[in-house]
Design a protein. Structure first.
Length: 235
């Protein structure tokens, strides 16, 4: 006879789960109001793309400030974009909250469930996604309402490295389960990237991949119902 897991905390990634984000550089340029330009072949060259991957990893692990990140990205293909244009695209990358996610978090809290965030992000985005408590959270009200809010640039660890999940457990005190099977886990995690879901499972978390192009709030509510967190759908 099967039993439901004893979930004590539901943890969410932000981009692609709680907040819509641009998925391609072209999307980011359009969101920032930048037009196509010459030199895009140099921008798309493998060495430039590899350098941008390196800089993004450093930025998301809090090892370089945002100003250096913008300059470095611009220098990955000199003359194509300026550092200020990179800043504009970076700012425009986060869009709006998905419909219904705020209501879902409120329902979890009303049901007595603890919530958390584990997000790959950076200082510039974090200042908007989870501003200090003495500042209004006008752009993205949902993340700051959650209980255990952790970001890669503050932990100096990045998903899908399994150590970031262990760090979250150490800081919150919630129990992970058996590696790969998640048997005995108190943690349910939602992320839009399969590699992050797989590494969370390797760390002993229950984890579900969210379709960022669909309706994350409805999808996650269905999973929560299946897991026994919600017994019925809300009216």
């Amino acid at each position: 006879m099967s039993t439901q897991p004893d979930i004590r905390i539901v943890v969410f990634d932000l981009g692609g789960v709680i907040v819509r984000i641009c998925r391609t550089w072209e999307d980011g340029c359009r969101a920032a109001g930048l037009s196509p330009r010459d030199g895009i072949d140099r921008w798309e060259a493998p060495p430039a793309k590899e350098r941008r991957r390196e800089l993004n990893s450093l930025h998301q692990r809090g090892l370089i400030p945002s100003t250096d990140f913008y300059k470095g990205i611009a220098l990955s293909a000199p003359g194509v974009y300026t550092a200020d244009e990179i800043r504009r695209v970076h700012h425009a990358w986060t869009l709006d909250e998905y419909p219904g996610v705020g209501k879902l978090i409120d329902e979890l809290h009303s049901a007595g469930m603890t919530t958390g965030v584990l997000s790959n992000t950076n200082e510039a985005h974090w200042a908007r996604l989870a501003p200090p408590i003495d500042q209004p959270a006008t752009e993205y009200p949902t993340p700051r309402r959650m209980h255990h809010v952790h970001a890669s640039h503050l932990l100096q660890l990045i998903k899908p490295d399994v150590t970031i999940y262990h760090a979250f457990v150490n800081r919150t005190g919630f129990r992970a389960g058996a590696a790969d099977t998640a048997h005995g886990s108190e943690i349910l995690f939602f992320d839009d990237l399969i590699e992050n879901v797989q590494s969370a499972r390797a760390a002993g978390w229950l984890a579900h991949q969210v379709d960022h192009a669909g309706d994350p709030a409805s999808e996650m509510r269905s999973v929560l119902r299946e897991m026994g967190v919600f017994s019925i759908d809300p009216p």
